[in-house]
Design a protein around this ligand. Sequence first.
Ligand SMILES: [Cu+2]
Length: 743
Amino acid sequence: MTPSNKGNAPASRRRIGALAILLVLTELSSCSERTPVAGTPIPAADELREPPVFASANGVLDLLVIARAAPLFQFAPYRPTAWVYEICPRTSDDARSCPALSARGDLYGGARLQLSPGDVLKIRLINQLPAHPAASGQAGGDSFLDLNPTNLHTHGLLVSPRYATPADPTWGDNVFIYTFNSANGAPDPDSNLHGTALFDAADYSVAIPASHPSGLYWFHPHVHGISAQQISAGLAGIITIGRVSDYAFSRRRSGVDVADTLPTRHLILKDTQVLSDGTLLLSQDSGFCESKSAAPRRGGCPGAVPPYPTQFDYRGGRWFFTINGQQFPTITVDTPAGQIWRIVNASANTTYHLNLWDPTSNREMLLRVISIDGVGIDVGAETDPSLLISQAGQRFQAVPCPGTNGALADGVCTTELHLMPSTRAEVWVSYRNGSGALETAPPGAAAVLRSSGHWSGPQGDNWPAIDLANVTFARSLARQQALAVAGQASSLANARNVSLDLRKANAAVPSDATCTPLAPGHMRRIFFGATAQPPYALGLGYEEVDAQGATVPGTYIDIAPFDPATPTVCISLDRGNQATTERWQLVNIMGADHNFHIHQAHFSVLSEAEVAGTAVPDRLRQRSVMMDSLPLLHADGMCTSVSDWRAGSCTAHPAIVEITFAVAGDFVYHCHISAHEDAGMMAVIRVRSDPSAQYSTLVDRFLSAIRFPKDDATQPLTPRIAGIMCRGNARRTPQVGVRLQGP
Ligand SMILES: [Cu+2]
């Protein structure tokens, strides 16, 4: 059985999709309690298995990654077909298949690619996906999407998004390419492809900077229009750089920090909706299950009739929530030092609000926070708690961790992790008593790792509450230890070393003297919303604001869906191609939460005092938390346009972030609810090399005028390697800092 096409309903039927958000404002209030339909039998709890690991050797990890269809046996009695990555070491340059044995085991759960800073990740991506004839029926869908092209994005990595060149035909972390499966046919030559078409295989070579933060990242497809479907069908895996002990240390009783390897579990959260006839629903519907349930839902929930007007009826189906492909596994914490959990939300759309629930004492257990979005937090002893709370950016509620036996507070704890799609968190899990202190677990101590559900606003979704795993604590925790965390957030805030490591790749990117830095005190403001006129789509808007908060004349761009041919933002690296920082204000005017994500960069969230620029002493100007995605809470009230927002028709909850750009090239920023991105909520940013570094003498300037005509300098280095050039390139105009296109 193939993934369902009947799941690809008109977007107006989909709560997650763009038009659903616009058109079903009143539906949530019509939620009705229905008799739950019996789902599949709950499988016996089994211990969580680690994902398969592919580790680099001698500085290189060279893999064949095959995107293909595969049956899912663990979802009995259903037998849906997922789209998965089959991965094996590459044995020759032109390899196109893995040894038969490599396909054994659970391909859906996701693999882990283990690298070290300074390594090179080489991937030959093979597209063997079946055609997807209903893809173009999605909002804004182009007909070539029916051929099911794919590509690969290394989420969160600070690596070059370079284009292939004749001298080096491999690609960096570049999302402007499509790899088609030639068995599905070729795109029409007139297709509006905004990128390079490759057939059957794409070769990536991603150089990890030697100064790259150790931590937790992931990879997934990024083809605009079908990324949500490919991810929810199973295409995702994780990447780890370095070791946890690079930033988290055991603290012995003597007080000495020891960088030994703590017991570590990797938790890849995926969810997939399966219809009663066993087909996998590619276009997820957050109304698949009843929004409320009296009984615990272990590893999934039974399909229901959605709580809004629709032709769909999911009764008899099931929404599976898995960790490493397993439903409701057991996680046994049985070591004296506790465990590090490295958690990745690899869902296309679902928000998890995670906690560790102790049913015996009706409490959420404290978790020690180690990292957010892969980068170890860096909380100095002098850090103002209120500053840390704002820097956590709604990702976790920071509270002090009680130490061993009620000793002094030791680091940052939380009881809840707000994990929107694509986000990661690492926590130290050890048994804690009712007051939060570390303690030897009593006999039979157990807890439930669960998502308590999340309502993302009147125009948003009602994500279900699900019990994800059974957690047991062994009693033999005789050797309690504290944990020391020395993260890289502060050093990443200036990213000087990353830009040094990438100087060759950055210097290869053309410069553009019109891509000027913001004036002192200015910010870029990004609007998250929807188009006000048909055809409705989600989109992003833009303007520059001055130090007084006034719009800089001529910079406003109304909310519009993704335009891959026209970068919205163009900036240059600092002198000598060093990293540069900018402040962006993110304004969500919709009645639905969004999830800001930017490629090739990490950012910190600023407190009001920092924005004002006077209230925070210099010693506190550290960046305790660096992230690559940020929840943007829904606006209160009703705005259908930026004008409405300016008129006060709704109250938004803007966030100001400070983004460090150390990587030059063309990339994107977008909402990482993937269905929102597919529906248009994405824009292109172009980071250019420093003009003064590129052409240092008059002779060079003269030569460069011959070698790099102005128009060419704004184009990809190699727009055409194996196929079709983006039609948009032919129309591309030089950039003037930002796109000065009137509304
Ligand atoms: Cu969104």
